[in-house]
Write a protein that binds this ligand. Structure first.
Ligand code: ADP
Ligand code: MG
Length: 235
């Protein structure tokens, strides 16, 4: 995935000055930076939930920056879960597949497979209000993973969880990363999450990409004081 001079303005507010970015296929990329630096906007542009102001996004040489979200082969997990309160877990997970008219037996098979992977099989009949925060987060991930897209986007999926659950989910995400071999772009303001999960990390500040590299590269050779301070390396 390549961002070429991607810009985003909200009225007179320039949130993203031109961004150039390459996300390698099959990698788990973490976008990390302080609150308000433009991480969610970058992800939403990639998903097609926000319009580009300028530039283009390429996915395997195909320009996708102006396609409808459903034409992009991308699934997104939201920070606030965004589950449908009146539907049980199984129906929340299968909603998009039903809209896309995927045959019923295949929907059932995919829901079962993903539910098993996320250890939520016993919750499939429950409504979101009957779930804990961690369970809701798993369901939100399940709803994206059943889509079988080539690329999954995560916007601070653990930020509403308590510290203990966050640590546990971080471990599970790491296992999922190793098993799935999909393109994953994960947004967080948490350096520990970034350093433990990322194959590659993109550090942003005020809309500007400060550095991208492996956790080790960022730690050992930060480009500037901001990166050094944010990642916590001694430079
Ligand atoms: P992050 O996810 O890194 O916290 P965001 O991408 O949500 O940052 O926001 C970046 C900047 O864009 C912030 O200043 C935010 O207030 C602004 N912003 C985000 N969405 C909108 C919007 N829909 N309209 C106006 N400003 C927005
Ligand atoms: Mg955000």
């Amino acid at each position: 995935m390549v961002f070429e001079h991607v810009t985003k303005r909200f009225g007179s507010l320039e949130v993203l000055p031109p961004i150039d970015l390459t996300l390698e296929n099959g990698e788990f990329t973490v976008l990390v930076g302080p609150s308000g630096c433009g991480k969610s906007t970058t992800l939403r542009i990639l998903a097609g939930l926000e319009q580009l102001s300028g530039g283009e996004i390429y996915f395997d040489d195909r320009a996708i920056g102006r396609l409808e979200p459903k034409e992009r082969d991308i699934a997104m997990v939201f920070q606030d879960y965004a589950l449908y309160p009146h539907m049980n877990v199984a129906r929340n997970m299968s909603f998009g597949l039903r809209l896309a008219r995927v045959p019923r037996p295949e929907i059932d098979a995919r829901v079962q497979r993903v539910a098993k992977m996320l250890s939520i099989t016993h919750l499939l009949e429950r409504k979101p209000a009957e779930l804990s925060g961690g369970q809701r987060q798993r369901v939100a991930m399940g709803r994206a993973l059943v889509r079988d897209a080539s690329t999954f986007l995560f916007d601070e999926p653990l930020s509403n969880l308590d510290a203990k659950l966050r640590a546990q989910m971080r471990t599970e995400l790491g296992e999922m990363r190793d098993r799935l071999e999909k393109n994953m772009v994960y947004v967080t303001h948490d350096q520990v999450e970034a350093m433990t999960l990322g194959d590659r990390i993109v550090v942003m500040n005020e809309g500007v990409v400060q550095q991208q590299g492996t956790p080790e590269e960022l730690f050992k050779r930060p480009n500037n004081k901001f990166v050094a301070g944010f990642i916590g390396s001694p430079a």
